[in-house]
Design a protein around this ligand. Structure first.
Ligand code: NAP
Length: 244
């Protein structure tokens, strides 16, 4: 029997890497994407092939660019007819005052964090509709719900992901395709790597759980969401150590 297939965008490190490993462990065929970190992505592919013995391919490309997304889905559809699970995880952060933000910076954040979800969903959905099954999971942020000072573009992009998630969940529920988002709190990845030890300590004190979350914890929630009853759709699932 053919294994189930998953595409994880932004899988070269951090949360995306852990999600890819989790689904490989569960027997999935894994398509791994990132934009620039080809050698890190190849390391993930190698680990998956050696450790879990499931089919695994890398599909490099900028998911914020519609032509790149069309070409990476062409590669995927040469190997499999339909994805069972699409995880829109690729994302970038930007810290600074809104009044100092350049047009290009705004555009890059919105393209990478929000338009990417549109491009990947548009390409993944048609075969899912034909088969009347599929799961789409968008990796979002608690700042999409609450808004963060000095992260306005990031917050706006993730709020957009929340709206898109709820809207397409309704559009696709009649086709038995479930769409949910995971609104992460502060997770221990390179995205927060620029914080000093002191800043990290201060931030940890603000989190009721008293610590950052781990990428493995998010991967477990993604796995559980992908295998939850079909009635779970259109939800923004908070995983933030009680922060919000
Ligand atoms: P990370 O460690 O910086 O990893 C980001 C991944 O996205 C990398 O694989 C990166 O690879 C890829 N990527 C970036 N731009 C891309 C593009 N245009 N096309 C394709 N891939 C791209 O970040 P992370 O913490 O794991 O974050 C993953 C997701 O979780 C993001 O959506 C982020 O917003 C969300 N999140 C994270 C936190 C947190 O505290 N860490 C909290 C809330 C939400 P390349 O650089 O090689 O392209």
């Amino acid at each position: 029997m053919e294994p189930k297939s998953i595409l994880v965008t932004g899988a070269s490190r951090g949360i995306g890497r852990e999600i890819a490993l989790k689904f490989a462990e569960g027997g999935y065929r894994v398509f791994l994407n990132c934009r620039t970190s080809a050698s890190e992505l190849e390391e993930v592919r190698h680990t998956i092939s050696e450790k879990y013995r499931v089919p695994c391919e890398t599909v490099l490309g900028d998911v914020g660019n519609s032509r790149d997304v069309a070409s990476l889905f062409e590669q995927i559809y040469r190997t499999c007819d339909c994805l069972d699970v699409l995880v829109n995880n690729a994302g970038i952060a930007h810290i600074g005052l809104l009044m100092d933000m350049k047009d290009e910076e705004w555009k890059q954040i919105l393209d990478t964090n929000l338009s990417s979800v549109f491009y990947c969903c548009r390409a993944a959905i048609p075969p899912m509709i034909s088969r009347k099954c599929g799961r789409i999971i968008n990796i979002s942020s608690m700042w999409g719900t609450a808004g963060a000072s000095c992260e306005a573009a990031y917050s706006a992009s993730k709020a957009g992901v929340h709206g898109l998630t709820k809207a397409i969940a309704k559009e696709l529920a009649p086709s038995n395709i479930q769409v949910n988002a995971i609104a992460c709190g502060v997770i221990d990845t390179m995205m927060n790597g620029q914080l000093s030890d002191e800043e990290r300590k201060g931030l940890e004190e603000e989190i009721p759980a008293g610590r950052y979350g781990t990428a493995a914890e998010i991967a477990k929630v993604v796995w559980d969401t992908a295998h939850a009853p079909e009635y779970l759709t259109g939800q923004i699932i908070g995983v933030d150590g009680g922060y919000l």
